[in-house]
Design a protein around this ligand. Sequence first.
Ligand code: NAD
Length: 506
Amino acid sequence: MCREGHAAYDLRMTFANFVGGSWVPSESGATFENRNPADTRELVGLFADSTTQDAAAAIAAARQAFESWRLVPAPKRAEILFRAAQLIAARKEEFARAMTREMGKVLDETRGDVQEAIDMTYFLAAEGRRLHGQTAPSELRDKFAMSIRQPIGVCAMITPWNFPMAIPSWKIIPALVCGNTVVLKPSELTPLSAVHFVQVLEEAGVPPGVVNMVTGGPAVGEMLTTHPDVAVVSFTGSTAVGRLVNQNAAPSFKKVHLEMGGKNAIMIMDDANLELALEGCLWGGFGTTGQRCTAASRVIVHERVHDRFVEQFVARASALRVGDGLAAATQVGPSISEKQLQKVMGYVEIGVQEGATVACGGRRLTDGPHAHGFFHEPTIFTGVTPGMRIAREEIFGPVVSVIKCGSADEAVAIANDVAYGLSASIYTQDVNRAFRAMRDVYTGIFYVNAPTIGAEVHLPFGGTKATGNGHREAGLAALDVFSEWKSVYVDFSGKLQRAQIDTESV
Ligand code: NAD
């Protein structure tokens, strides 16, 4: 990260923090660069390199705004959010293009990312007219019992770079509709899409202080996870950082929602429609350059169809066109950063050392249109056994490990035998096999005859084991992260009625 005084740069490309309803630079005056991973000669913008004081100011603004925002009727809060959804929809193309420039994934996919933010905003804004609680009969006469959702307070959101608008929306919209206020710290690799999202919320009429954004690195994140005025931390990122976030937030008993890494498997049975499975593996393994938490980085193939599948999978993966995500022909964009690319290359080396075979790819691309970006060939390892590191650890790049199995039960056992539990899928024509696998694979998401990616916003999203800590985002489950239940009893008997002691005679 390069630190510079931002005055030296074109001010139109310099982006500030959003605190208490104003766009303000970091108190330090420092900025960091955001460059296009497809061509690092291109500067996308300069962003506030925030300090812990900036983070504290944002938390204070959110704390103050909470007292009025929590009292705005939820249907009114929703009206503002519906406006935001309309504004994002109107700028979808502009936001998608900007996102490809900062994140690298192909334009179709960044359009999908923005669409996900639109869908999530419409879906959860509608909860402003529901936010249902329960009413229940009381065990005592002349007494009323109900439970209601209550906002919690200041919610800190720490997000990664691979879904730069969708993931902030998954967190911010449910938090707002429930009546909380927000401080967002987006990834330092993709802050522009977060700026766009926050600009839209401002324009839609979200009052000052209700949404705040502080760009910067881990120090800002640490402040958000330790500050006593933050009540909820919602984090999406790597398992290693998620563990730190959890530890840092524990002493002050914050509610912590973690969405972390994955090592997702597609299982292909001997009765599968192989053409369908091939398409699924190409999209699941190499879509978003393998940089999805739900990416299918393991393909577990029945021995009876293994060789036939591998032959075609290798041929098709070798033909994928790697390049700038803005070019119409491109199917696979760059890795997000030099560091991420080095990680990919490191795992290719590990796979070779472990005795797996590089069936295609395996090298960085550096010539011609690839000279200034972080490009890598789509890579398939065969001869992979479940104990190898390339079969167990998250690589987060265009690398897929093919593992042979002898039965559906073995495939399920291999799928389950990793630390993570985000997504899995099975290709089979046998309904019994499909249902057994659906029941027995221990993940938060499961697909039949589709790849491991492709979640829809109105269903819960999240994982088990080292992928998550029991919460879910999206769907109505998101409301459980950002609200607390209050049980309310109203006694209209005019006398003391003691629960469990004063029993009713009928
Ligand atoms: P990362 O863990 O490196 O960073 C995530 C965020 O945490 C960034 O904003 C970063 O600045 C911040 N951060 C870093 N150190 C911190 C600290 N000490 N305290 C607080 N915040 C800190 O992850 P990444 O490289 O941005 O994203 C890739 C990872 O995200 C992958 O592991 C991927 O599987 C995961 N991911 C998970 C999901 C999911 O829903 N399960 C979705 C997308 C991505």
